[in-house]
Write a protein that binds this ligand. Structure first.
Ligand code: MN
Length: 281
């Protein structure tokens, strides 16, 4: 699994760094993740779970916007009086579009629900974090909530496709899920030769743009269609289908789907070898 990229995001939360993930991870493919650096020697499984499950999966889930995830995480850390983790999460919250004003309001509100001393501690941490930001602003302008956001190539975690949902080696890079009211999400999915999705459907359909190689797509009961670099594919809403590489060639595509009630895919059974081999190769 490719985890170096998750690393820098994880590092922010583990309090190891104040450098934005996007600025830190470029050209540093082989570096161990921050979780690995922090605890990999003593607790390698915890480091792995932090990378894979917490930052590779939970934080990436489309059911809640990252901004909202930041807000509730900050609130929990204030309520639990965890200043070290709060420091990292205040930084991340700002990256995720929570303003300083909103963070101060959060602390003020929580004084009445989580206790005065917790709020006072949080103010102290927030003062330091806000000061860092102001010092950095002269070099790297912080993106405003209404600013265009450019995610630099390679700055996002690449995660392996779950064996529950894919056959063969599959990697998903540049995953994104836009916050409500936007519903668009997706990523770049790379299939090794012979690899494919399980049968599945998308509640509001899916667009695929083949960026590399050549592959196959089929809807239930329909013909297997060959697709290649530059082709555009539309999967209508609710249609059971699969897509993947040919046996002789890998394939990568950009996949874009809108979420309905926070869900953009319904997974079903695997595409058996017989089903796959019954197809064109
Ligand atoms: Mn699909």
């Amino acid at each position: 699994m490719t985890l170096a990229k998750i690393a820098s995001a994880a590092g922010l939360l583990l309090g190891m760094s104040s450098v934005p993930a996007s600025a830190q991870s470029q050209g540093t493919e082989a570096q161990p993740s921050r979780a690995q650096q922090l605890m990999g020697d003593v607790a390698p499984k915890l480091a792995e779970l932090t990378d894979d499950v917490l930052f590779g999966d939970v934080w990436e889930r489309p059911g809640l916007a990252k901004r909202d995830r930041s807000l509730i995480t900050v609130a929990a850390l204030i309520a639990l009086n965890r200043p070290e983790q709060l420091r990292s999460h205040l930084r991340l919250a700002r990256q995720n579009g929570v303003t300083e004003t909103e963070l101060v309001e959060t602390i003020t509100q929580l004084a009445f629900y989580a206790g005065w001393p917790n709020a006072i501690s949080a103010v102290g941490v927030a003062r330091e974090v806000f000061a860092e930001k102001n010092a950095q602003e002269s070099q790297v302008p912080a993106p405003a909530a209404d600013a265009v956001v450019v995610t630099k190539a390679g700055s996002q975690p690449t995660v392996a496709g779950s064996p529950d949902n894919f056959t063969g080696a599959v990697e998903v890079a540049m995953r994104f899920q836009r916050p409500l009211p936007a519903r668009t999400g997706g990523g770049i999915v790379s299939f090794a030769p012979g690899a494919r999705t399980a049968w599945h459907s998308h509640p509001l359909g899916q667009t695929l743009i083949v960026s590399e190689g050549s592959g196959l797509v089929q809807h239930w009961g329909g013909p297997v269609q060959q697709i290649g670099q530059g082709d555009l594919v539309w999967i209508p809403p609710g249609v059971k289908h699969w897509h993947g590489a040919r046996e002789a060639s890998g394939m990568a595509h950009v996949a874009i789907a809108e979420a309905q009630d926070g869900k953009s895919v319904t997974w079903m059974e695997q595409v058996s070898d017989a089903q796959y081999r019954g197809s064109v190769r």
